[in-house]
Design a binder for this molecule. Sequence first.
Ligand SMILES: Cc1cc2nc3c(=O)[nH]c(=O)nc-3n(C[C@H](O)[C@H](O)[C@H](O)COP(=O)(O)OP(=O)(O)OC[C@H]3O[C@@H](n4cnc5c(N)ncnc54)[C@H](O)[C@@H]3O)c2cc1C
Length: 492
Amino acid sequence: MKTVIVIGAGFAGLSSATFLAKAGYDVTILEKNDSLGGRARVWETEGFRFDMGPSWYWMPDVFERYFKSFGYEVSQLYNLKRLDPSYRVIFGPNDYEDQSANMEELEAMFERLDPGSSSRLRKFLKEAAYKYEVGIKDLVHKPSRSILEFADLRILKGLFQLDLLKNMRKHVAEVSTHPKLKAIMEFPVLFLGALPQNTPALYSLMNYADMSMGTWYPEGGMHKIIEAMVKVAKEQGVKFRTKAEVTGFKYAGKKIVGVLTKTGGFSADIVVAGADYHHIDQEVSDANKREYTKRYWEKRKMAPSSLLFYLGIKGKVPNMLHHNLFFDHELDQHAAELYSSPQWPSKPLFYASAPSKTDASVAPDGFENMFLLMPTAPGLSGDTEELREKYYHIMMERLEQFTGSSIRDRVVVKRSFAYSDFITEYNSFKGNAYGLANTLDQTAILKPRLKSKRISNLYFSGQLTTPGPGVPPTLISGEVVSKEIEKEFKLK
Ligand SMILES: Cc1cc2nc3c(=O)[nH]c(=O)nc-3n(C[C@H](O)[C@H](O)[C@H](O)COP(=O)(O)OP(=O)(O)OC[C@H]3O[C@@H](n4cnc5c(N)ncnc54)[C@H](O)[C@@H]3O)c2cc1C
C-alpha cells in the first residue's frame, strides 16, 4: 500500500483523498485549521449557522457524478431544493429584476426589456448547452499536462463552436445590449475571477448552468456538501488530522519522503497539495525545489479577494430573496478597481445572501441569517477595521434603502472577514478568495501545472490549478489529480 499525504481539507483535498482511498492508497489529510471544508467552512454562533464561503450551488450534475463514484445519490446525503426565483438583481432603490427558474418566464422578461431578444437568448443557450457538454463533461477532466490531450476529434471539430477566441462581452451583446440584460448575462462569469471582456465566450456555459440548470440549495447550508464528503471519505478509509499545518518537506533526492508539521512528521510516498498552490510552492517547498519563480507568481492574474460580513439580524428583512445582487452602480468602474488599477472600490457592487429566507435551520426563530460579499482587488494593503466599517455602512445604507427597513440597529451578530483573514486562515496568495482568474492565457495547459517537474511525487489540486476556481471545478480537480497518481504510482 502506498502512503499519500493530502495537504488541506477543502473541496479539492477531500475529493482527491477520497478517490485515492477508494483506489487502495493509504490516505491522510493534514489540515491547518481546526475544522474541515477550507473556504467552505461553517461558523456557528448564538443559534446562527453561517456558510463562510460558497453559497451558490450550480451544476448539480457534477455533485451527482461525484457522490455516485462512491455509491451514493445526492438525495441520500442531503436535500437539494431548486430556488425560484433563482436570484434578484437590484438596479436601484425601487428597481430590480428576478431571475425566474421557469424558462418561459425568463424569456418573457427578456422580451419585456428588449423585444426580440428572447429568440436570440434561446440560440445563445443552445450553443451554451453544447459548450457545457464538451466543457464540463470533457475538457475539465483533462489534466492539461500536454496540448495533445486536446487533439481529440470532437474538441477539434467543436473548436469553432467553443468560442475560445471571442470574449464574453461581445457574445452577450449578440443577445442584447440592454443594460439590465447585459448585467444579468455577464454576472455568472464574475465567478471566474475576470472581466467579461477578458473571459473566453466558452464560458457562456456558465449562463447555461445558471439559466437552464438552475440555482440549488442544500438544506442546512452549503456545508452539508462538506459533511457529506467527509462522511464518504471516512467510509473509504481517509484519515484526518486537523490543526496540522504543513511547514516543510523532507527529501531524498528529487522525492519527498516526509511531510513536516509543527507537531510532527508524516512519511509519504506521494503528496497532493490541496492548499493554495503558491503557498506550497513558495513557502513550504525548499527554495531549490520550487516549481515557479516569484516573478512568475507576481505575473499571475488572481481572482478577487472579498470583504465579507456574517450578520445575525433580529426580525426579518423585507424585499430580499435568498440571493440578491446589488448591481446599482456601474460594473465597469468596480471592475477597473479590481483588475486594471487595483484599489479599494469607490462605488462597490455587492452581493447579499439571506439563506434564512429558504431555510429556517440557519437562524433562530424570528431572526435572519445574512451574508454580505464585496469583491476587492487581490493584494491590496490597508485592510483595517476602520476601512471594513466604512464599507459595512456603504453596503448597509443601500440595503436599508432598498428593503425600506432599518437593519443596522437590529444586528445581533456581526463578524467581518477580508483580505488579511484569507492569508492567515488559508495561506492564500494575495488574499485571493477564489483562486486564479480564468482568462484565456491562464486556461488549460497555461495554468500552474498539476504535477511538479522538480519533485517527482508532488501533485497539486484546487483552485489555482486545472480546471479552475469554484466548487464544481475543485471537486473535479481532486478527481483529475487522483487519476494521474493512479496511472503513475500503480498499486500492485
Ligand atoms: C467568499 C467566497 C464565496 C464563494 N462563492 C462560491 C459560490 O457561491 N459557488 C462556488 O462554486 N464557488 C464559490 N467560491 C469558490 C469556492 O469556494 C472555492 O473555489 C473552493 O472552495 C476552493 O477549494 P480548494 O479545495 O481549492 O481550496 P480551500 O477551500 O482553500 O482548501 C485548502 C485548504 O488547505 C488548508 N491549508 C492551507 N495551508 C495549509 C498548510 N500549510 N497545511 C495544511 N493545510 C493547509 C486550508 O486551511 C484549507 O482548508 C467562493 C469562495 C469564497 C472565498
